[in-house]
Design a protein around this ligand. Structure first.
Ligand SMILES: *Cc1c(COP(=O)(O)O)cnc(C)c1O
Length: 464
């Protein structure tokens, strides 16, 4: 499989190249040159496989020409070995015909582990093979940083530096990052906001001498490998509920559009998906787009579901590229204009195509708490705020005769304050994290200053 950029760079790249590169040189996102197709019989043959085996079979067309199947299968087996549920991503029926797909049984209790655990193994494999070393930097408001640290800790081929805004992540989220002992991990608490952290990361990438000196790499959600690694759980859920002989709908709480894009990718591969529902909080740019073709940026407002407090959903560019029949010139033009004006001009035909598959629903914090309370009262299901938004969207879109699956993206114990407020129940941390608040923390507090942060990354690299 070869990959090309959404903005026109068609120099052929294979999976390993784009894994390490992340973003394309022209600022676009990598897309597979074509969509692998599975026939109904091929889908059926995946029924009943252990999760890691199914994942390897679904991902194999994307890694073809770069990683052989036996290796991929081994990496998938290792990646999903430490999940604390035998099904890895179990389906739980919460109402008649409405299911929760639990994606939070990995080490950091959020769905980011589903992809990041495999990315850790893939990086290790490719870097060993090439004899290379890289430095991964990232900014986080919580879930991505801990998932990355957990996936890459102890690697001899890479260092990881994660920037978080000092005092602005939840205690559970911060401790999941700062209590990791391995020397290749550096946590930086920046005196600033999440946006400041993100700007520092962008500035490090823009600083070419620095970028080349430390060999920067990124694992944010625009990395295609993360999308690819998220496709298998949609496949498995659909097969369990009767696909390919029956279509299934999904509802996904959405921020950067990465998770739901994987469901859509599964449909491009021939999986019968009826409709896709997007849930958002008050940061509702995607819902506004679907409702009235208004994709305009407003300020980010904090909510009970912080992992969805996003104004620009970067992975949307991949959908746009497809909606435009892969016209990369038009895609580049629209994205450049969006950057400049904060408003995306999506042609009406492309908008119609999006609405034929996607619908959106946004919830206020109040409505989110109501949904959490009702879920607990009626179904005895304890949901975190992100998951509750997904389930609300699922309930709205549920049609008679079409199974509906809501992606449950975080364990309730990851957001205890909201859960207590809604239900009065204090969700306990799973056993593997029970002593989280007793572990020693390690992080550096640094000013919002590029040179200071770069110098810390450099020093860490020399010691690590
Ligand atoms: C990251 C995250 C999301 C949003 O996923 P996207 O792929 O960015 O749309 C939703 N819920 C939780 C708990 C997350 O960590």
């Amino acid at each position: 499989m070869r990959y090309r950029s959404t903005r026109g760079d068609t120099r052929a790249r294979n999976f390993s190249d784009i894994l390490l590169a992340g973003l394309a040189d022209d600022g676009g996102l990598y897309m597979p040159e074509s969509w692998p197709q599975f026939t109904p019989d091929e889908w059926r043959s995946l029924r009943g496989l252990p999760y890691a085996d199914l994942a390897a079979r679904v991902i194999a067309p994307f890694t073809e020409g770069a990683i052989d199947f036996a290796t991929l299968l081994r990496l998938c087996t290792e990646a999903y070995a430490d999940f604390d549920h035998p099904a890895v991503a179990p389906l739980v029926e919460i109402e008649n015909g409405l299911f929760s797909l639990e994606l939070f049984h990995g080490p950091t209790l959020a769905f980011k582990d589903m992809a990041m655990q495999l990315l850790g193994k893939l990086f290790e494999h490719v870097l060993t093979e090439r004899g290379e070393r890289v430095t991964i930097v990232g900014a986080t408001s919580g879930d991505t940083g801990s998932a990355a640290i957990e996936a890459f800790r102890g690697s001899r081929h890479l260092s990881v530096a994660i920037l978080h805004p000092r005092g602005r992540t939840s205690d559970v989220q911060r401790r999941q990052m700062t209590t990791v002992k391995e020397d290749n991990i550096l946590n930086i608490a920046v005196e600033g906001t999440f946006d400041d952290c993100q700007d520092l990361v962008k500035a490090m990438f823009a600083d070419k001498p620095f970028r080349e000196e430390v060999r920067l790499s990124a694992v944010n959600s625009i990395n295609w490998a993360r999308i690819a690694a998220q496709i298998p759980y949609y496949v498995r859920a659909a097969l369990t509920l009767g696909a390919p002989d029956r279509a299934v709908s999904f509802a996904v709480p959405t921020g950067n559009f990465g998770n739901v894009l994987a469901a859509w990718a599964a449909s491009k591969m021939g999986l019968p998906i009826h409709r896709l529902f997007i849930g958002s909080n008050r940061n509702d740019i995607l819902t506004r787009f679907l409702d009235c073709n208004d994709m305009s940026v407003r300020g980010v407002e904090p909510s009970l579901s912080p992992s969805m407090d996003i104004q620009v959903s970067s992975n949307f560019e991949r959908l746009l590229f497809e909606l435009l029949d892969r016209d990369s010139e038009a895609c580049a033009r629209i994205m450049t204009q969006f950057r400049a004006t904060g408003r995306m001009d999506v042609p009406p035909t492309a908008w119609d195509r999006a609405r034929a598959v996607f619908s959106g629903l946004h919830l206020s914090d109040e409505q989110t708490l109501d949904e959490m309370r009702e879920l607990y009262r009626n179904s005895h299901y304890l949901a975190d705020p992100h998951t509750a938004i997904g389930i609300a969207a699922a309930r709205r879109g549920h049609e008679q005769g079409v199974p509906m699956v809501a992606a449950a993206t975080a364990h309730p114990a990851k957001f205890p304050d909201a859960v207590i407020k809604a239900t009065g129940i204090h969700p306990p941390l799973p056993e593997k994290l029970a002593d989280l608040f007793k572990r020693a923390e390690r992080f550096e507090i640094l000013p919002n200053d590029l040179k200071v942060v770069e110098s810390a990354v450099r020093t860490h690299l020399r010691l690590g």
